[in-house]
Design a protein around this ligand. Structure first.
Ligand code: GAL
Length: 719
C-alpha cells in the first residue's frame, strides 16, 4: 500500500517537474490568462486572505477587453519561484537599462531599480524604504509589463541589487587595489522578493506602453474611482475644536469673500471623545447635528468627518465590538477585526445611524497606517486568525471599502481622505494625505501615486510666507483634492493678504477646470488612466534608451536629460496639461517637454517640442503647458460645483495647430446611476476648415442621457 502511495507521489512529482520545468533554483512561474493582457501565476499555496480579497475587487473585464489582447511579455517567461522555510522566494529577470517604477507611494524617488524595500504600511518617515501609506506590491517596467504580488504581507524587494552565481550577466570580480572599475554595487539582472508566506498569487500585466500596464492594473482592480462633482471643488478643514456655529461662520466667510467652497472637514472635536473615538457627535459643540448638516447643505456645503478607527470604551459600540477585536489596544481603544463582516457591520451601523443618515458626505480616515510605537504590534492576535501583519497591510483598504459601501447603499457618492491604502484600492473614492510637509516631496508622491492605483493630495496647512502659501496653493489646485487642512492653526485661504488675490484666482481656476478634471476622472474609472500622472507615462516621453543617447550632447540636445535623469517635479494633469510647479524661493525652473509641440496654458504661445526649456513666472502663475491640439473645457468661475441636473456654460479652449479631439463626460455628478449607463460622452473636435479658419464642434448627448451643458463659447488660444 505504502509503496504504491510513494510511487504515485514520485510519478506526480516527475509530472509536475516536467510540466513546470524544474531548474536547480526553483520552478518557472506558470502564467494563466485571467483577462485580456492579464495573467496570473500561483506560487505555492496562497493564503486565504490577500489584498484583492480585502478590497473585494471585481475586475472590469469589459474595459479590459476593450484594451484588447496583448502577447505575454517575453523576458518575464524566465521568472522563478521557490518555497523555502514557509516563505515564497521570487525572481523576475531584468535586462540592461530596464527601468522600474512603482512599489507604492514613494516621496523622494521615481525610478526604483537598485532599491531594497520592505513594503510595510506605515506613516512615511522621510526615506523611501518601503514603509509608506500605500506600499503597493506592484511595479511597472519601461519594457512594457507590470508585476503585482497579491499578498498582505511585508514583502522584501531587491529591485535589481543582488547577483546570483549562475547569472548570465554576473559581473566579473575586479581587484579593488588596482581596478578603477571596481564597484560596490555591481550589475544585477533580476528583481528578487521574499514573501513571508508559503504561497501567493502573482499577476502580470501587459503593455505595450507603461500607461497600458497601469491602465490594466487599475481596471483589474475595478477601475479608478469617480468622485462626485463636488469632490473636485475646494475643501477647507477647520480647527479641531470648532463648534457648529463657528463652522457656519467659516462657510459664510468663504461666501462673503468670494472664495469657492464645496465641503468642509470637521476634525476630532466633532466627536464626544477622540483618540480613541466614540463615533458620536459631541453635543456641547454640535447640539443639533441634523440641523447643522441641513443648514450647511442649504449653504451649498457638504460635511466630511475626521475619525480614526480605534474604539473608545465610551463608544456605544464598544461592548458589542469587543469580542470581535484584537488582543491589543491603541490609546486605550480596541481594534476591531475588520476582516470579520460582523465587526464591519457594527461599525457601519453606527456611522450610518449617527452621521450618514443625517446627510454627512464623507470621512477622513486617520491613523490607519499607524506608527509602530502606538499601533498594535505584530504579535497581536485577532479573532479571525488573520495575522496582525495582514491587518496592518489591509486596514486602510477595509475601512475604505466599509464606508464606501454605506454611501453606495444611499446611492450617493462620497469623496474622502485616508492615510493608508494598498493594491486593490483604485476604485475607492479616497485620497491619501499625511503629516509630512515637504512641498517638493509632495509633488514626487503625486507623480508616484500614478504607478500604484492610488490618489494623493499635497495638502496645504500653513506657510512661513505668503510666497510659499501661494506656491503650495497652486499645486494643490492641480491635484486630486484641493484642500486646506487647518485643523491645527486655523489658516484660511486669505490668511496672507499679500497673496489673497492670487490664491482666489487659483481656487477659481480650479473650479473652472472642473469639467476637464471630471472628464479625466471618468477616464480613470472607465479606462484606468490616472488623472494625475508621471511624465514617464506620457507617450513618447523618454522612449530612447541611454545607449541611444550616448552620442547626444546634453548642451545640444537637452531632451537627453529627460531620459538620463529621473523627473520628480513636473507631471501631467489629465490628457493635455503639463504642470511644472514652482517652489518657495523660485521664480524660474527647467521644464522638460515631451516630443510634440507644447503651448503656454495662459497665452496659447508656442513654447517648444521635445526639449528642455527654462520658464519663469511671478507668484500669480504656476507654469502649465498644453499639448498640441489640446482642448480644455472650462466652466465659469463658481462658488460650488453644479448640482445634479443644473446647467453650466462652457468655454472650450483650443491650443496649437493639430486637429484636436476631446471626450467630455457628463452625468448627474452625485449618484451611482452612471453604473447603470446614465452618462454621456460628448466628442469635441477642433480643426481648420477649408479656408484654414479654425472651427470647433461638439456632439449632442444621446437622447435620454444626462446633459448639463448650457451655452458654449470657443476660444482659439494660439494665434
Ligand atoms: C493627524 C492628521 C491631521 C489631523 C490631526 C487631527 O493624525 O494627519 O491631518 O487630522 O490628526 O488630530
Amino acid at each position: 500500500m505504502n509503496s504504491i502511495k510513494e510511487m504515485k507521489k514520485i510519478i506526480g512529482l516527475i509530472i509536475v517537474l516536467a510540466l513546470f520545468g524544474y531548474k536547480a533554483d526553483g520552478l518557472n512561474l506558470v502564467w494563466e490568462a485571467v483577462a485580456p493582457g492579464v495573467w496570473k501565476a500561483v506560487a505555492g499555496t496562497p493564503e486565504k486572505f490577500d489584498l484583492l480579497k480585502a478590497a473585494g475587487v471585481k475586475p472590469n473585464l469589459e474595459a479590459l477587453s476593450k484594451l484588447g489582447n496583448a502577447p505575454i511579455p517575453i523576458s518575464i517567461d524566465e521568472s522563478f519561484l521557490e518555497i523555502f522555510e514557509g516563505k515564497t522566494l521570487l525572481r523576475f529577470p531584468l535586462v540592461k537599462e530596464e527601468q522600474l517604477y512603482g512599489f507604492g507611494l514613494n516621496f523622494k524617488t521615481v525610478q526604483q531599480r537598485g532599491k531594497i524595500l520592505q513594503l510595510h504600511v506605515d506613516h512615511y518617515g522621510g526615506t523611501d524604504n518601503g514603509r509608506t501609506h500605500a506600499p503597493v506590491p506592484f511595479y511597472v517596467s519601461d519594457r512594457g509589463y507590470g508585476i503585482f504580488v497579491n499578498s498582505a504581507r511585508y514583502i522584501t524587494v531587491y529591485a535589481g541589487t543582488a547577483v546570483r552565481k549562475d547569472s548570465p550577466e554576473a559581473p566579473i570580480p575586479r581587484d579593488r587595489n588596482t581596478d578603477k572599475k571596481w564597484s560596490a554595487q555591481p550589475y544585477s539582472d533580476a528583481v528578487e522578493m521574499v514573501v513571508p508566506a508559503a504561497g501567493a498569487e502573482i499577476y502580470l500585466f501587459a503593455g505595450p506602453s507603461m500607461l497600458d500596464v497601469v491602465r490594466r492594473f487599475n481596471l483589474y482592480n475595478g477601475g479608478g474611482c469617480l468622485p462626485p462633482r463636488w469632490g473636485l471643488g475646494f475643501t477647507q478643514r477647520v480647527k479641531s475644536l470648532y463648534t457648529a456655529d463657528q463652522v457656519v461662520e467659516e462657510a459664510k466667510a468663504f461666501a462673503d469673500k468670494g472664495f469657492p467652497l464645496d465641503f468642509i472637514g470637521l476634525e476630532p472635536g466633532w466627536q464626544s471623545k477622540s483618540y480613541p473615538c466614540t463615533f458620536q457627535w459631541d453635543k456641547s459643540r454640535f447640539p443639533d447635528p441634523a440641523g447643522f448638516v441641513k443648514k450647511m447643505a442649504e449653504m451649498g456645503i457638504r460635511i466630511n468627518l475626521w475619525t480614526n478607527p480605534y474604539v473608545s470604551p465610551d463608544s456605544p459600540i464598544y461592548e458589542k465590538i469587543k469580542p470581535l477585536s484584537g488582543s491589543h489596544t491603541v490609546w486605550g481603544g480596541i481594534v476591531a477585526d475588520l476582516t470579520l463582516p460582523e465587526a464591519q457591520q457594527i461599525m457601519a451601523d453606527q456611522l450610518s445611524k449617527d452621521q450618514i443618515s443625517l446627510g454627512v458626505s464623507g470621512y477622513k480616515i486617520d491613523e490607519c497606517d499607524g506608527y509602530d510605537r502606538w499601533l498594535w504590534p505584530d504579535v497581536a492576535r485577532f479573532p479571525s486568525n488573520n495575522s496582525a501583519e495582514q491587518l496592518r497591510q489591509s486596514y486602510g483598504l477595509l475601512l475604505q471599502r466599509m464606508t464606501n459601501s454605506l454611501f453606495r447603499q444611499q446611492n450617493s457618492r462620497t469623496f474622502g481622505l485616508v492615510r493608508a491604502s494598498n493594491a486593490g484600492g483604485s476604485s475607492f473614492p479616497y485620497v491619501i494625505y499625511n503629516d509630512y510637509y515637504s512641498h517638493e516631496d509632495f509633488i514626487t508622491a503625486l507623480i508616484n501615486s500614478s504607478f500604484s492605483g492610488v490618489l494623493w493630495t499635497p495638502e496645504v496647512r500653513g506657510s512661513k510666507t505668503g510666497e510659499e502659501w501661494i506656491r503650495r496653493m497652486q499645486t494643490v489646485c492641480f491635484s486630486p483634492m484641493a484642500m486646506i487642512n487647518a485643523w491645527s492653526d486655523g489658516t484660511k485661504p486669505w490668511s496672507f493678504p499679500e497673496v489673497e488675490k492670487e490664491v482666489k484666482a487659483i481656487a477659481l481656476l480650479r473650479m473652472q477646470l472642473m469639467p476637464y478634471f471630471y472628464s479625466e476622472f471618468a477616464k480613470y474609472h472607465f479606462e484606468g488612466t490616472p488623472p494625475f500622472r508621471a511624465m514617464n507615462l506620457e507617450p513618447g516621453f523618454g522612449s530612447q534608451s541611454k545607449s541611444e543617447l550616448k552620442n547626444f550632447n546634453l548642451g545640444e540636445n537637452p531632451y537627453a536629460e529627460a531620459v538620463t535623469k529621473e523627473l520628480k517635479d513636473q507631471y501631467m494633469a489629465g490628457e493635455f496639461l503639463l504642470v511644472a510647479p514652482l517652489f518657495k524661493g523660485q521664480t524660474e525652473r527647467k521644464v522638460i517637454l515631451p516630443k510634440g509641440k507644447w503651448y503656454d496654458f495662459y497665452t496659447g504661445k508656442y513654447v517648444g517640442s521635445g526639449e528642455l526649456i527654462k520658464v519663469s513666472a511671478g507668484i500669480e502663475k504656476i507654469p502649465v503647458f498644453v499639448k498640441d491640439g489640446g482642448i480644455i473645457p472650462l466652466m465659469p468661475p463658481r462658488m460650488h460645483a453644479p448640482a445634479a441636473g443644473e446647467k453650466y456654460d462652457l468655454e472650450i479652449r483650443y491650443y496649437g495647430t493639430s486637429q484636436g479631439k476631446y471626450l467630455l463626460y457628463d452625468d448627474d455628478g452625485v449618484t451611482f446611476n452612471y453604473e447603470k449607463g446614465d452618462y454621456s460622452w460628448r466628442t469635441i473636435t477642433v480643426s481648420p476648415d477649408k479656408k484654414g479658419k479654425i472651427k470647433g464642434s461638439i456632439s449632442v448627448a444621446e437622447k435620454g442621457k444626462p446633459d448639463q451643458i448650457g451655452d458654449i463659447t470657443w476660444k482659439i488660444m494660439t494665434e
